[in-house]
Design a protein around this ligand. Structure first.
Ligand SMILES: NC(=O)c1ccc[n+]([C@@H]2O[C@H](COP(=O)([O-])OP(=O)(O)OC[C@H]3O[C@@H](n4cnc5c(N)ncnc54)[C@H](O)[C@@H]3O)[C@@H](O)[C@H]2O)c1
Length: 373
Protein backbone atom coordinates (compact mmCIF):
# COMPACT_ATOMS: atom_id res chain seq x y z
CA UNK A 1 0.00 0.00 0.00
CA UNK A 2 1.21 3.53 -0.69
CA UNK A 3 2.54 5.41 2.30
CA UNK A 4 -0.03 8.08 3.15
CA UNK A 5 1.42 11.06 4.85
CA UNK A 6 -0.22 14.40 4.34
CA UNK A 7 2.18 16.87 5.85
CA UNK A 8 5.77 17.44 6.75
CA UNK A 9 8.70 16.86 4.45
CA UNK A 10 8.49 13.92 2.04
CA UNK A 11 11.09 11.35 3.11
CA UNK A 12 13.37 10.21 0.34
CA UNK A 13 15.55 7.09 0.12
CA UNK A 14 18.35 7.08 -2.44
CA UNK A 15 19.32 3.88 -4.25
CA UNK A 16 22.67 4.00 -6.09
CA UNK A 17 25.10 6.47 -4.57
CA UNK A 18 27.85 6.82 -7.17
CA UNK A 19 29.17 9.87 -8.97
CA UNK A 20 25.99 11.92 -9.41
CA UNK A 21 24.54 11.24 -5.96
CA UNK A 22 26.70 13.89 -4.24
CA UNK A 23 24.94 16.89 -5.78
CA UNK A 24 21.50 15.36 -5.18
CA UNK A 25 22.26 14.68 -1.52
CA UNK A 26 23.73 18.15 -1.00
CA UNK A 27 20.68 19.85 -2.55
CA UNK A 28 18.00 17.61 -1.01
CA UNK A 29 19.48 18.30 2.42
CA UNK A 30 19.07 22.05 1.75
CA UNK A 31 15.54 22.08 0.26
CA UNK A 32 12.38 22.47 2.34
CA UNK A 33 9.76 19.81 1.69
CA UNK A 34 12.08 16.83 1.17
CA UNK A 35 14.19 14.92 3.65
CA UNK A 36 16.76 12.36 2.49
CA UNK A 37 16.67 9.76 5.29
CA UNK A 38 18.45 6.71 3.82
CA UNK A 39 20.95 5.68 1.17
CA UNK A 40 21.59 2.23 -0.30
CA UNK A 41 23.92 0.74 -2.89
CA UNK A 42 25.02 -2.66 -4.15
CA UNK A 43 28.32 -1.62 -2.61
CA UNK A 44 27.59 -1.21 1.15
CA UNK A 45 30.85 0.67 1.76
CA UNK A 46 29.80 3.29 -0.76
CA UNK A 47 26.45 3.74 0.99
CA UNK A 48 28.18 4.06 4.38
CA UNK A 49 30.60 6.64 3.02
CA UNK A 50 27.86 8.76 1.41
CA UNK A 51 25.70 8.62 4.57
CA UNK A 52 28.59 9.86 6.64
CA UNK A 53 29.62 12.54 4.12
CA UNK A 54 26.12 14.08 3.92
CA UNK A 55 24.76 13.32 7.39
CA UNK A 56 22.10 10.90 6.13
CA UNK A 57 20.59 8.95 9.07
CA UNK A 58 20.74 5.44 7.56
CA UNK A 59 22.97 3.49 5.16
CA UNK A 60 21.20 0.29 4.26
CA UNK A 61 20.65 -2.31 1.53
CA UNK A 62 18.42 -1.65 -1.52
CA UNK A 63 15.89 -4.27 -0.30
CA UNK A 64 15.71 -2.83 3.22
CA UNK A 65 15.29 0.68 1.82
CA UNK A 66 12.33 -0.43 -0.30
CA UNK A 67 10.78 -2.09 2.76
CA UNK A 68 11.19 1.03 4.94
CA UNK A 69 7.67 2.35 5.65
CA UNK A 70 8.97 5.85 6.33
CA UNK A 71 10.20 6.39 2.76
CA UNK A 72 7.74 7.90 0.27
CA UNK A 73 10.00 8.62 -2.70
CA UNK A 74 12.77 6.33 -3.92
CA UNK A 75 15.38 8.37 -5.77
CA UNK A 76 16.93 5.93 -8.23
CA UNK A 77 20.46 6.99 -9.15
CA UNK A 78 21.67 3.57 -10.31
CA UNK A 79 23.23 2.93 -13.73
CA UNK A 80 20.77 2.89 -16.67
CA UNK A 81 20.66 -0.94 -16.84
CA UNK A 82 19.18 -1.02 -13.30
CA UNK A 83 16.73 1.89 -13.69
CA UNK A 84 13.73 -0.27 -14.62
CA UNK A 85 14.18 -3.05 -12.07
CA UNK A 86 14.84 -0.73 -9.13
CA UNK A 87 11.96 1.60 -10.08
CA UNK A 88 9.52 -1.25 -10.68
CA UNK A 89 10.39 -2.76 -7.29
CA UNK A 90 9.88 0.66 -5.67
CA UNK A 91 6.39 1.22 -7.09
CA UNK A 92 5.46 -2.38 -6.27
CA UNK A 93 6.52 -1.60 -2.70
CA UNK A 94 4.00 1.28 -2.75
CA UNK A 95 6.52 4.10 -3.15
CA UNK A 96 6.79 6.91 -5.64
CA UNK A 97 10.00 6.84 -7.64
CA UNK A 98 12.17 9.42 -9.37
CA UNK A 99 14.70 7.96 -11.81
CA UNK A 100 17.87 9.44 -13.19
CA UNK A 101 17.76 9.48 -16.98
CA UNK A 102 16.95 7.61 -19.10
CA UNK A 103 13.71 6.62 -17.34
CA UNK A 104 14.29 2.98 -18.35
CA UNK A 105 16.10 1.43 -21.29
CA UNK A 106 13.08 -0.07 -23.08
CA UNK A 107 9.76 1.57 -23.87
CA UNK A 108 8.00 -1.56 -22.55
CA UNK A 109 9.62 -1.20 -19.12
CA UNK A 110 8.62 2.49 -19.03
CA UNK A 111 5.01 1.69 -19.92
CA UNK A 112 4.87 -1.08 -17.29
CA UNK A 113 6.33 1.24 -14.66
CA UNK A 114 3.78 3.99 -15.36
CA UNK A 115 0.90 1.48 -15.43
CA UNK A 116 1.94 -0.13 -12.13
CA UNK A 117 2.37 3.28 -10.49
CA UNK A 118 -1.12 4.29 -11.60
CA UNK A 119 -2.59 1.05 -10.22
CA UNK A 120 -0.80 1.54 -6.89
CA UNK A 121 -1.64 5.24 -6.60
CA UNK A 122 2.00 6.35 -6.52
CA UNK A 123 3.94 8.74 -8.76
CA UNK A 124 6.77 8.39 -11.23
CA UNK A 125 9.17 11.22 -11.97
CA UNK A 126 12.31 11.38 -14.02
CA UNK A 127 15.42 13.42 -14.70
CA UNK A 128 16.51 15.72 -16.12
CA UNK A 129 15.15 18.62 -14.12
CA UNK A 130 17.39 21.25 -15.72
CA UNK A 131 14.35 22.60 -17.60
CA UNK A 132 13.08 23.80 -14.18
CA UNK A 133 16.24 25.87 -13.68
CA UNK A 134 16.33 29.66 -13.91
CA UNK A 135 17.85 29.73 -17.40
CA UNK A 136 15.36 27.49 -19.19
CA UNK A 137 12.39 28.84 -17.19
CA UNK A 138 13.36 32.33 -18.38
CA UNK A 139 13.28 30.97 -21.97
CA UNK A 140 9.92 29.35 -21.33
CA UNK A 141 8.52 32.68 -20.04
CA UNK A 142 9.83 34.52 -23.13
CA UNK A 143 8.17 32.02 -25.47
CA UNK A 144 4.90 32.09 -23.51
CA UNK A 145 4.93 35.91 -23.59
CA UNK A 146 5.21 35.83 -27.40
CA UNK A 147 8.65 37.47 -27.45
CA UNK A 148 9.76 35.40 -30.49
CA UNK A 149 6.27 35.00 -31.94
CA UNK A 150 4.98 31.57 -32.90
CA UNK A 151 7.83 29.00 -32.68
CA UNK A 152 8.60 27.55 -36.12
CA UNK A 153 11.81 25.55 -35.64
CA UNK A 154 14.67 24.62 -33.30
CA UNK A 155 18.19 23.26 -33.50
CA UNK A 156 19.99 21.23 -30.82
CA UNK A 157 23.60 20.06 -31.06
CA UNK A 158 25.44 18.00 -28.45
CA UNK A 159 28.74 17.29 -30.15
CA UNK A 160 31.66 15.87 -28.22
CA UNK A 161 34.03 12.93 -27.98
CA UNK A 162 32.50 10.94 -25.13
CA UNK A 163 32.95 10.74 -21.35
CA UNK A 164 35.79 8.16 -21.18
CA UNK A 165 38.30 10.93 -20.51
CA UNK A 166 36.72 12.00 -17.20
CA UNK A 167 34.15 9.48 -15.86
CA UNK A 168 35.68 6.98 -13.41
CA UNK A 169 33.68 4.00 -14.77
CA UNK A 170 32.57 4.92 -18.33
CA UNK A 171 31.76 1.49 -19.89
CA UNK A 172 27.98 1.94 -19.53
CA UNK A 173 28.04 4.93 -21.87
CA UNK A 174 28.86 2.53 -24.74
CA UNK A 175 26.46 -0.29 -23.81
CA UNK A 176 22.74 -0.70 -24.51
CA UNK A 177 20.96 2.23 -22.91
CA UNK A 178 24.03 4.44 -23.41
CA UNK A 179 25.37 6.36 -26.41
CA UNK A 180 25.16 10.15 -26.84
CA UNK A 181 21.43 10.23 -27.46
CA UNK A 182 20.43 8.19 -24.39
CA UNK A 183 23.03 9.91 -22.22
CA UNK A 184 22.75 13.57 -23.29
CA UNK A 185 19.65 13.61 -25.50
CA UNK A 186 17.30 13.76 -22.47
CA UNK A 187 18.59 17.26 -21.60
CA UNK A 188 17.95 18.59 -25.10
CA UNK A 189 14.72 16.69 -25.75
CA UNK A 190 13.23 17.45 -22.34
CA UNK A 191 14.03 21.15 -22.79
CA UNK A 192 12.46 21.14 -26.25
CA UNK A 193 9.32 19.29 -25.12
CA UNK A 194 9.01 21.60 -22.09
CA UNK A 195 9.20 24.62 -24.45
CA UNK A 196 7.34 23.34 -27.51
CA UNK A 197 5.15 20.44 -26.34
CA UNK A 198 5.13 16.79 -27.50
CA UNK A 199 6.52 15.39 -30.76
CA UNK A 200 4.38 13.64 -33.39
CA UNK A 201 6.96 12.39 -35.93
CA UNK A 202 10.67 11.46 -35.85
CA UNK A 203 13.17 10.82 -38.64
CA UNK A 204 16.77 9.86 -37.95
CA UNK A 205 20.12 8.44 -39.01
CA UNK A 206 22.72 6.82 -36.76
CA UNK A 207 26.22 5.31 -36.94
CA UNK A 208 29.02 4.08 -34.66
CA UNK A 209 32.25 5.58 -35.93
CA UNK A 210 34.75 3.78 -33.65
CA UNK A 211 34.59 0.09 -32.61
CA UNK A 212 36.28 0.67 -29.25
CA UNK A 213 37.17 3.42 -26.81
CA UNK A 214 40.21 3.75 -24.54
CA UNK A 215 39.57 4.97 -20.99
CA UNK A 216 41.64 8.04 -20.10
CA UNK A 217 40.47 8.50 -16.49
CA UNK A 218 41.52 6.73 -13.29
CA UNK A 219 41.17 4.06 -11.97
CA UNK A 220 40.73 2.25 -15.32
CA UNK A 221 43.00 4.35 -17.56
CA UNK A 222 44.28 2.37 -20.56
CA UNK A 223 41.47 -0.25 -20.53
CA UNK A 224 39.33 -0.44 -23.65
CA UNK A 225 35.53 -0.45 -23.99
CA UNK A 226 33.76 -2.26 -26.87
CA UNK A 227 31.22 0.10 -28.47
CA UNK A 228 27.78 -1.57 -28.68
CA UNK A 229 25.60 1.41 -29.62
CA UNK A 230 25.49 4.18 -32.25
CA UNK A 231 27.65 7.12 -31.28
CA UNK A 232 26.55 9.72 -33.85
CA UNK A 233 22.81 10.33 -34.32
CA UNK A 234 21.03 12.98 -36.38
CA UNK A 235 17.26 13.47 -36.07
CA UNK A 236 14.41 15.60 -37.37
CA UNK A 237 11.51 16.02 -34.93
CA UNK A 238 8.09 17.35 -35.93
CA UNK A 239 6.28 18.78 -32.90
CA UNK A 240 2.52 18.27 -32.63
CA UNK A 241 2.15 22.06 -32.36
CA UNK A 242 3.98 22.63 -35.66
CA UNK A 243 7.68 23.46 -35.04
CA UNK A 244 10.39 21.29 -36.62
CA UNK A 245 13.59 20.59 -34.66
CA UNK A 246 16.95 19.27 -35.83
CA UNK A 247 18.86 17.34 -33.16
CA UNK A 248 22.38 15.96 -33.51
CA UNK A 249 24.08 14.10 -30.63
CA UNK A 250 27.57 12.68 -30.99
CA UNK A 251 30.48 11.11 -29.12
CA UNK A 252 32.46 11.13 -32.39
CA UNK A 253 33.28 14.84 -32.78
CA UNK A 254 36.52 16.38 -31.50
CA UNK A 255 35.53 20.04 -31.89
CA UNK A 256 32.54 22.08 -33.02
CA UNK A 257 31.27 25.65 -33.02
CA UNK A 258 27.56 24.89 -33.44
CA UNK A 259 25.24 26.54 -30.88
CA UNK A 260 23.82 24.11 -28.31
CA UNK A 261 20.14 25.02 -28.45
CA UNK A 262 18.19 27.65 -30.41
CA UNK A 263 14.46 28.18 -30.99
CA UNK A 264 13.34 30.18 -34.01
CA UNK A 265 10.05 32.07 -33.87
CA UNK A 266 8.03 34.06 -36.40
CA UNK A 267 9.40 37.33 -35.00
CA UNK A 268 12.72 36.42 -33.38
CA UNK A 269 15.33 33.88 -32.29
CA UNK A 270 15.99 32.60 -28.78
CA UNK A 271 19.46 31.37 -27.88
CA UNK A 272 19.03 28.98 -24.93
CA UNK A 273 21.62 28.00 -22.32
CA UNK A 274 23.28 24.58 -22.16
CA UNK A 275 20.31 22.38 -21.19
CA UNK A 276 22.60 20.35 -18.93
CA UNK A 277 22.84 23.41 -16.67
CA UNK A 278 20.41 25.44 -14.59
CA UNK A 279 21.50 29.01 -15.37
CA UNK A 280 22.01 31.23 -18.42
CA UNK A 281 23.05 32.80 -20.69
CA UNK A 282 19.73 33.56 -22.40
CA UNK A 283 19.89 35.75 -25.51
CA UNK A 284 17.16 37.10 -27.76
CA UNK A 285 17.39 38.53 -31.27
CA UNK A 286 14.25 40.27 -32.56
CA UNK A 287 13.34 40.47 -36.25
CA UNK A 288 14.81 43.65 -37.74
CA UNK A 289 17.39 44.03 -34.94
CA UNK A 290 21.09 43.68 -35.66
CA UNK A 291 22.06 42.86 -32.09
CA UNK A 292 21.42 40.13 -29.54
CA UNK A 293 19.84 41.15 -26.23
CA UNK A 294 21.14 39.52 -23.04
CA UNK A 295 18.05 38.59 -21.03
CA UNK A 296 18.46 38.69 -17.22
CA UNK A 297 17.50 35.51 -15.37
CA UNK A 298 14.52 36.41 -13.18
CA UNK A 299 13.66 32.84 -12.16
CA UNK A 300 15.19 31.09 -9.18
CA UNK A 301 17.34 27.95 -9.19
CA UNK A 302 19.93 29.24 -11.64
CA UNK A 303 22.73 27.37 -9.81
CA UNK A 304 23.37 23.60 -9.95
CA UNK A 305 19.95 22.62 -8.58
CA UNK A 306 19.92 18.93 -9.54
CA UNK A 307 17.14 17.46 -7.44
CA UNK A 308 14.51 20.19 -7.94
CA UNK A 309 12.53 17.65 -9.94
CA UNK A 310 12.41 15.52 -6.78
CA UNK A 311 11.35 18.55 -4.74
CA UNK A 312 8.61 19.28 -7.29
CA UNK A 313 7.49 15.64 -7.15
CA UNK A 314 7.32 15.85 -3.36
CA UNK A 315 5.17 19.01 -3.55
CA UNK A 316 3.02 17.38 -6.25
CA UNK A 317 2.39 14.41 -3.94
CA UNK A 318 1.46 16.61 -0.98
CA UNK A 319 -0.75 18.96 -3.05
CA UNK A 320 -2.32 16.36 -5.36
CA UNK A 321 -1.23 18.15 -8.53
CA UNK A 322 0.75 16.87 -11.56
CA UNK A 323 4.52 16.71 -11.22
CA UNK A 324 6.56 18.72 -13.72
CA UNK A 325 9.49 16.32 -14.30
CA UNK A 326 6.89 13.58 -14.66
CA UNK A 327 7.16 9.95 -15.70
CA UNK A 328 4.98 10.74 -18.72
CA UNK A 329 7.42 13.42 -19.89
CA UNK A 330 10.42 11.12 -19.29
CA UNK A 331 8.64 8.22 -21.07
CA UNK A 332 7.89 10.47 -24.07
CA UNK A 333 11.54 11.53 -24.24
CA UNK A 334 12.60 7.85 -24.02
CA UNK A 335 10.16 7.02 -26.83
CA UNK A 336 11.63 9.81 -28.98
CA UNK A 337 15.17 8.49 -28.45
CA UNK A 338 14.10 5.01 -29.52
CA UNK A 339 12.23 6.51 -32.46
CA UNK A 340 15.48 8.08 -33.73
CA UNK A 341 17.22 4.68 -33.61
CA UNK A 342 14.19 2.93 -35.18
CA UNK A 343 13.91 5.53 -37.95
CA UNK A 344 17.57 4.98 -38.77
CA UNK A 345 17.21 1.18 -38.70
CA UNK A 346 14.09 1.13 -40.91
CA UNK A 347 14.71 4.12 -43.15
CA UNK A 348 11.24 5.45 -42.28
CA UNK A 349 9.86 8.22 -40.11
CA UNK A 350 8.34 6.98 -36.82
CA UNK A 351 5.21 8.27 -35.07
CA UNK A 352 5.75 8.06 -31.28
CA UNK A 353 3.12 6.07 -29.40
CA UNK A 354 3.46 8.31 -26.34
CA UNK A 355 2.65 11.92 -25.63
CA UNK A 356 2.66 14.18 -22.58
CA UNK A 357 1.43 17.50 -21.33
CA UNK A 358 3.73 20.50 -21.45
CA UNK A 359 4.80 20.85 -17.79
CA UNK A 360 3.50 23.93 -15.96
CA UNK A 361 5.83 26.94 -15.89
CA UNK A 362 7.38 28.06 -12.59
CA UNK A 363 6.80 31.52 -11.11
CA UNK A 364 9.64 34.06 -11.10
CA UNK A 365 11.74 34.74 -8.04
CA UNK A 366 11.62 31.44 -6.11
CA UNK A 367 14.20 31.51 -3.31
CA UNK A 368 16.70 28.64 -3.03
CA UNK A 369 15.05 25.74 -1.19
CA UNK A 370 11.48 27.05 -1.56
CA UNK A 371 9.00 25.80 -4.14
CA UNK A 372 5.68 26.92 -5.63
CA UNK A 373 2.34 25.43 -4.70
N1 LIG B 1 27.82 11.24 -13.60
C1 LIG B 1 27.15 12.25 -14.08
O1 LIG B 1 27.68 13.37 -14.27
C2 LIG B 1 25.68 12.11 -14.38
C3 LIG B 1 25.01 13.26 -14.70
C4 LIG B 1 23.64 13.18 -14.90
C5 LIG B 1 23.01 11.97 -14.81
N2 LIG B 1 23.69 10.84 -14.53
C6 LIG B 1 22.94 9.59 -14.48
O2 LIG B 1 22.96 9.14 -13.14
C7 LIG B 1 22.97 7.71 -13.10
C8 LIG B 1 24.15 7.26 -12.29
O3 LIG B 1 25.32 7.79 -12.87
P1 LIG B 1 26.67 7.86 -12.04
O4 LIG B 1 27.61 8.62 -12.89
O5 LIG B 1 26.41 8.31 -10.66
O6 LIG B 1 27.08 6.30 -12.06
P2 LIG B 1 28.04 5.52 -11.03
O7 LIG B 1 28.46 4.29 -11.73
O8 LIG B 1 29.06 6.47 -10.49
O9 LIG B 1 27.04 5.18 -9.81
C9 LIG B 1 25.99 4.25 -9.90
C10 LIG B 1 25.83 3.58 -8.55
O10 LIG B 1 24.69 2.72 -8.59
C11 LIG B 1 25.01 1.50 -7.91
N3 LIG B 1 24.11 0.47 -8.44
C12 LIG B 1 24.09 -0.08 -9.66
N4 LIG B 1 23.09 -0.98 -9.77
C13 LIG B 1 22.44 -0.97 -8.58
C14 LIG B 1 21.33 -1.66 -8.06
N5 LIG B 1 20.66 -2.56 -8.80
N6 LIG B 1 20.95 -1.42 -6.79
C15 LIG B 1 21.63 -0.52 -6.03
N7 LIG B 1 22.69 0.16 -6.47
C16 LIG B 1 23.10 -0.05 -7.73
C17 LIG B 1 26.47 1.28 -8.21
O11 LIG B 1 27.06 0.41 -7.26
C18 LIG B 1 27.02 2.71 -8.15
O12 LIG B 1 27.41 3.06 -6.83
C19 LIG B 1 23.00 7.25 -14.56
O13 LIG B 1 21.69 6.97 -14.95
C20 LIG B 1 23.48 8.47 -15.33
O14 LIG B 1 22.90 8.51 -16.62
C21 LIG B 1 25.01 10.90 -14.28
Amino acid sequence: MPVVQTKGPVRVGVVGVGNISAIYLKNLKAFDGVDPVAVADLDPARAEARAEEFGIPRATTPDALLADPEIEIVLNLTVPAAHASVAQAAVEAGKSVYNEKPLTITREDAARLLATAKERGVRVGGAPDTFLGGGLQTCRALIDAGEIGEPVAATAFMLGHGPEGWHPDPAFFYQTGGGPLFDMGPYYLTALVAMLGPVRRVAGSARASFAERTIGSQPKAGQTIAVEVPTHLAAVLDFAGGPIATLVTSFDVWASETPLLEIYGATGTLSLPDPNTFGGPVRLRRSGSETWEDVPIAHGYAENARGIGVLDLARAIRLGRPARASGELAAHVLDLMHAVHDASDTGRAVEPATTCDRPAALPVGLAWGAWDE
